[in-house]
Design a protein around this ligand. Sequence first.
Ligand SMILES: NC(=O)c1ccc[n+]([C@@H]2O[C@H](COP(=O)([O-])OP(=O)(O)OC[C@H]3O[C@@H](n4cnc5c(N)ncnc54)[C@H](OP(=O)(O)O)[C@@H]3O)[C@@H](O)[C@H]2O)c1
Length: 269
Amino acid sequence: MKISFIGGGNMARALITGLLARGQAASDITVIEADADKRIELKDDFGVQSYDQLPAAANADVIVLAVKPQQLRDVAIFLGSLLDHQLVISIAAGVRCQDLIRWLGNYGAVVRVMPNTPAQVQAAISALFAASAVTAGQRQLAESVMKAVGMTLWLEDEGQMDAVTALSGSGPAYVFYFLEAMQQAGAELGLPAEQSRQLALETFLGAARLAADGTQDFATLRTQVTSKGGTTERALSSMESAGVKSSIIAAVQAAASRSRELGDVLGKD
Ligand SMILES: NC(=O)c1ccc[n+]([C@@H]2O[C@H](COP(=O)([O-])OP(=O)(O)OC[C@H]3O[C@@H](n4cnc5c(N)ncnc54)[C@H](OP(=O)(O)O)[C@@H]3O)[C@@H](O)[C@H]2O)c1
């Protein structure tokens, strides 16, 4: 498979790392990147071909659009005339298929993806949505590209992409926020900062692994560590009184609403 990236930033680098680890030949990867220093780094780090002109991307089976959402329209308008057989994968947050297809001059072989930053360690969860013209073979191709950085799932309704953006796209930041609070609490209770960090982090990783390995739902797992009259019960009761769960739900809803707003703004031209 020949694959081109337009935009050689963080996400493209994560995908290239994952693809190379899965045996993709570096000689079949091309990156179009505006910044000259980044082009040199891409060549040095990965052995891929790197250019500053979009036409170099056209000789590929898959073209991944990995520029910032605000940069996508200009790229797509230029790219449209170069397309005849390629699958276009967009990872740009917020940009809807109908807008991208319009900017590409009604080129419909488009899959929209929302990955997340754990892609940098091949632990992403990516949600994919295929426009109606995408074939079964192209769906498989898109899935195999995104599997290079972690797990994948398909959405049948593009409207759900705002919820995905709010949950897993922005989600790593919520986890870091929670970890910051756990680390701070440990430090305020007298633990050295490094030990507090380690205890918070390993607890998170261990609990996540326990949940992932088993079949029990999150509420059951929580109940299992909450003895009557014990320390966990006291902590959870404090969280309930402070409205922590409802605040988290409201925060994720606010993120989804912002995602819808951004989609409207990005697609207005
Ligand atoms: N990071 C995340 O967590 C995450 C999660 C989900 C989705 N995404 C999406 O992934 C996309 C890429 O994110 P990122 O974090 O990798 O961004 P990034 O690091 O800014 O990378 C984008 C790169 O594309 C370059 N570029 C801009 N216009 C170009 C053009 N016309 N031709 C060639 N290269 C061009 C940029 O150069 P300049 O810097 O010089 O402009 C930059 O190096 C975004 O659309 C984002 O919404 C990111």
